[in-house]
Design a protein. Structure first.
Length: 239
């Protein structure tokens, strides 16, 4: 039985509202309209079904920005929810499809310029998932695809999601930040101009990873050189 629609809100003292203690994670859902249902049976349930259309629309807008940013590589197509593992909150683990958490999207839909730690972390998670789907559409697979997704999120937010290894993280710094100085805090990651400006960097990262995918021996050799250099640098720091 449907009882109508209500918005999640804070009841406040002496408001006359029924107060229910909810998990702290639900703070990001405040203001979201929900369908209120009652399921009858031996153990009746009250069900809140949040309207996530705002989150879906925002995700489509972010995908269009990513599509623009990768346009020097190739066309990645339209946003499709079926490419993701959908969840209300970010899952701790995932396997087949990258996650899309509506709570992350709702948080960001209310921030034209994300700058605090929570918002940047949410944006990094979504960017990594989106970039992984785009990389797979562009025929990157396995480690190169994960590395590309990591690099896109790191470049736009300064937050390391952890899909790739330390080597891929270092690659991002070497190919992009070391040359352009671009990074988190210097540009709004949600502005169209930011994605336009970074198109050459995205293409350079993609071409490097694509080349390694075609030549696994070259990829392994580059990894070994990087880790040897890191070991030498670390040893020098202890002297």
């Amino acid at each position: 039985m449907q009882l109508g629609h209500r918005k999640i809100r804070s009841a406040g003292r002496n408001s006359g509202s029924i107060e229910v203690t909810l998990p702290a994670q639900l703070q990001d859902l405040e203001g979201v309209e929900c369908r209120l249902l009652v399921r009858d049976g031996p153990r009746p349930e009250i069900v809140l079904q949040p309207d996530v259309s705002l989150a879906q629309n925002w995700c489509n807008s972010l995908w269009q920005q990513l599509r623009l940013g990768l346009s020097e590589i190739d066309e990645v197509g339209e946003f499709q929810l079926g490419d993701f593992s959908l969840a209300l909150f970010p899952p701790a683990h995932w396997q087949e499809r990258p996650p899309l958490a509506f709570a992350d999207a709702l948080l960001l839909a209310r921030q034209p310029h994300p700058h605090d730690e929570r918002a940047l972390a949410a944006l990094a998670r979504l960017l990594a998932s989106f970039a992984l789907v785009a990389a797979q559409r562009l025929q990157l697979r396995d480690a190169p695809a994960l590395a590309f997704a990591d690099a896109v999120a790191l470049l736009l937010t300064g937050v390391y999601v952890g899909l790739g290894s330390a080597f891929e993280r270092g690659l991002t710094h070497q190919l992009v930040w070391g040359r352009t100085g671009e990074g988190q805090g210097q540009a709004n990651p949600l502005e169209r101009a930011t994605w336009q400006r970074l198109r050459p960097e995205f293409r350079q990262m993609f071409e490097q990873l694509q080349g390694w995918q075609k030549n696994p021996a070259a990829y392994q050799a580059a990894r070994e050189r990087w880790y040897r250099a890191l070991a030498v640098e670390s040893a020098g720091g202890w002297k």
